[in-house]
Design a protein around this ligand. Structure first.
Ligand code: ADP
Ligand code: MG
Length: 315
């Protein structure tokens, strides 16, 4: 039997009680719309939907982890623009067949995952929608962020000569990172303060696939150095016939930052060691429209834009 509206309302009241007041939020959960203060500058808006069986699997992920991921992927999009996340709307399609969780009711644990991730990044949940059906779990999170005028970093500003950087290490996220990652919000803001970011994207589809988004939007090509691609331990541990490098280039859901800067800024980034996390210079932007991989011996191969196909269920 589907939960009735009364239990949905009760659930929403539980969610409402879990949210702390924010001075920027004039009206949060409980009215027809949220009312928030708009600062000077620009508002960033994005939404991401997670589907059971595609982006997570109930046999390998807890409700809390799924909640963290649902907000985390949105925070990562705000980070990719070098913005500060502020407000989120959480929409849930819940089934009464959802498994019970150690820490309590599935939906409450899911919401707790979202809420705790929001708290880490000073983001307030200001509303959403809760519906019931007997289909798979669907979670949609919409997010709003802020950035000063002229400070949003798009995908379209890469120019030949730029150095290409990536944070963290890549590949094999299916081993667990895709459920347990830190969106690079603070790192993006730190980078924006210290250098001019010409183009940026978060690595969600895979390094090469996401780099191609920058190349297409900027009308340029790139050449990557095989020896400088940061391969994660998880990528190195997968035994499926594909090399660790292939995993690092093609797997998705790393949620790292991929960006380009001028060589001067690039040198400063490396010398000053400005981030508390790993930062790798992986290549440079060139004229053209393709992505080349320079092997350790100097040989070049063209990388196709194959990305990761979202399907956790079949891996
Ligand atoms: P309405 O009929 O006006 O859409 P709802 O009953 O759907 O109102 O929602 C009541 C309030 O609860 C609204 O403020 C809405 O934004 C909020 N809300 C509903 N579901 C969620 C959720 N999953 N997370 C956060 N807030 C929610
Ligand atoms: Mg509604």
């Amino acid at each position: 039997m589907l939960p009735d509206r009364t239990s949905e309302f009760r659930l929403i009241e539980t969610f409402r009680a879990a949210i702390d007041d924010s001075p920027r939020v004039l009206t949060g959960i409980g009215d027809d719309t949220a009312v928030v203060e708009r600062p000077d500058g620009l508002v960033l808006l994005a939404a991401d939907m997670l589907l059971e069986g595609v982006h997570f699997d109930l046999s390998t992920a807890t409700a809390f982890q799924i909640g963290r991921k649902a907000l985390g992927v949105n925070l990562s999009d705000i980070a990719a623009m070098a913005g500060r996340p502020r407000y989120a709307l959480v929409s849930l399609a819940l089934s009464p067949k959802l498994p019970s969780q150690d820490g309590g009711n599935f939906a409450e644990q899911l919401f707790e995952g979202i809420r705790s991730m929001a708290a880490l990044f000073d983001t307030t949940i200001v509303g959403g929608d809760t519906t019931s059906w007997d289909g798979p779990l669907v979670i949609n999170v919409a997010i709003a962020g802020e950035v000063a005028s002229g400070s949003a970093v798009t995908r379209s500003g890469a120019t030949p000569g730029d150095w290409v950087f990536v944070t963290g290490s890549l590949g094999g996220s299916i081993k667990g990172h895709h459920l347990d990652f830190t969106p690079r919000v603070e790192e993006a803001l730190a980078l924006r303060e210290r250098c001019h970011l010409n183009a940026m994207i978060d690595v969600s589809d895979g390094l090469v696939a996401d780099l191609y988004h920058i190349l297409e939007e900027s009308g340029v090509g790139a050449c990557l150095d095989e020896g400088s691609i940061p391969i994660s331990e998880a990528a190195a541990s997968i035994q499926d016939g594909r090399s660790p490098l292939e995993h690092a280039l093609g797997d998705g859901e790393d949620f790292e930052l991929l960006f380009t800067v001028s060589p001067d800024d690039g040198r400063r980034l490396i010398e000053k060691n400005l981030l508390p996390i790993r930062l790798s210079r992986i290549g440079e932007i060139v004229a053209g429209d393709s992505c080349q991989l320079r092997g350790v011996a100097g040989n070049e191969t063209t990388l196709r834009r194959l990305g990761w196909s979202h399907n956790v269920g079949k891996t």
